[in-house]
Ligand binder design. Structure first.
Ligand SMILES: C[S@@+](CC[C@H](N)C(=O)[O-])C[C@H]1O[C@@H](n2cnc3c(N)ncnc32)[C@H](O)[C@@H]1O
Length: 283
């Protein structure tokens, strides 16, 4: 396992994923009943952007750096506020230094009664994750393969909740593994929300996963994609997307505002494009 998320923390792909994650959490909180969250590929939870890894790539300048440079106003600004406020809260001074990973966003934006499960396979990253969240009674950490974590943790005792599937996509069979995770997940908890992140390097993963998920879930599958540059010209990470199974009902309308705004903000030399579509409409 070579992948370390510290090299990429806060980049344009993290921004899209984390903005959607935060909107799902906010919509889950609209109901009083508790929910569960399984972060199946959690990473370490929080990142020091002044550290060696982030300092090698400066990828955060392509993402959160752009949002901080020029505040977003209007409805999009309101929808972004819980994410931006959390980013500000993890700083110890007025300088941008720390970036909250998905477990940090989940732990800060969920409630006392919610139940949180953070899983990470990399042994060193797992140690950081375990250490950081050991004092929080709502959180259980696991060092398992994500498929095993999904099989053993679902269904949530709370009866509702979210599974975040966010693998590195470094292995050639990663899309196939994601498909298996979703199959097992839906077998165990058909009405849970599943949010799957994928990179756009060429269009293959997006097209393949879209077809598979729509056919498997059959209804209520939303896809949001933001490309910051032309996929043919990039040679690297041109953008990313999220496929959401069983999204909360207001998420489509919110992303209808956020996807164009994020595309405008994150695009490189006006090459960006954003899409939001139902892969399978809700009934
Ligand atoms: C993209 S990063 C996760 C970032 C994190 N979700 C966030 O948004 O802050 C993917 C993580 O998955 C871990 N990983 C790789 N293969 C895994 C597997 N089979 N099961 C669980 N975790 C895995 C990697 O070590 C890495 O930390």
């Amino acid at each position: 396992m070579n992948y370390r998320h510290a090299y990429h923390a806060g980049n344009h792909a993290d921004v899209l994923k984390h903005v959607i994650l935060v909107r799902i959490l906010e919509l889950l909180k609209a109901k009083d009943s508790p929910f569960g969250v399984l972060d199946a590929h959690a990473g370490i939870g929080h990142y020091d952007l002044s550290g060696f890894e982030a300092g090698k790539t400066f990828e955060w300048h392509t993402g959160i750096g752009k949002l901080l440079a020029a505040p977003v106003s209007g409805m999009a600004g309101e929808l972004l506020a819980p994410y931006m406020e959390t980013v500000r809260k993890v700083q110890f001074s007025s300088t941008m230094r720390y970036y909250p990973g998905s477990p940090e966003l989940v732990s800060r934006l969920s409630r006392h009664k919610d139940r949180l499960y953070f899983n990470e396979l990399h042994p060193e990253d797992y140690k950081s994750l375990e250490y950081h969240y050991a004092q929080d009674a709502r959180i259980k950490t696991f060092c398992l393969d994500a498929t095993t974590a999904i099989k053993s943790i679902l269904p949530f005792s709370t009866g509702r909740g979210l599974v975040l599937i966010d693998p590195p996509f470094e292995k050639t069979d990663e899309a196939e593994r994601v498909e298996k995770m979703l199959e097992f997940g839906l077998q165990r908890m058909a009405h849970a929300i599943f949010a799957i992140w994928y990179p756009v390097k060429d269009m293959d993963i997006s097209a393949r996963l879209s077809k598979f998920v729509a056919e498997l879930a059959k209804e209520n599958v939303l896809k949001a994609e933001v490309l910051v540059m032309d996929a043919d010209k990039s040679g690297g990470l041109a953008g990313s997307g999220m496929i959401i199974v069983n999204p909360p009902w207001k998420l489509h309308d919110e992303l209808n505002i956020l996807v164009p705004e994020l595309t405008r903000r994150l695009a490189i030399e006006k090459q960006g494009s954003g899409t939001l579509e139902w892969l399978a409409p809700p009934k």
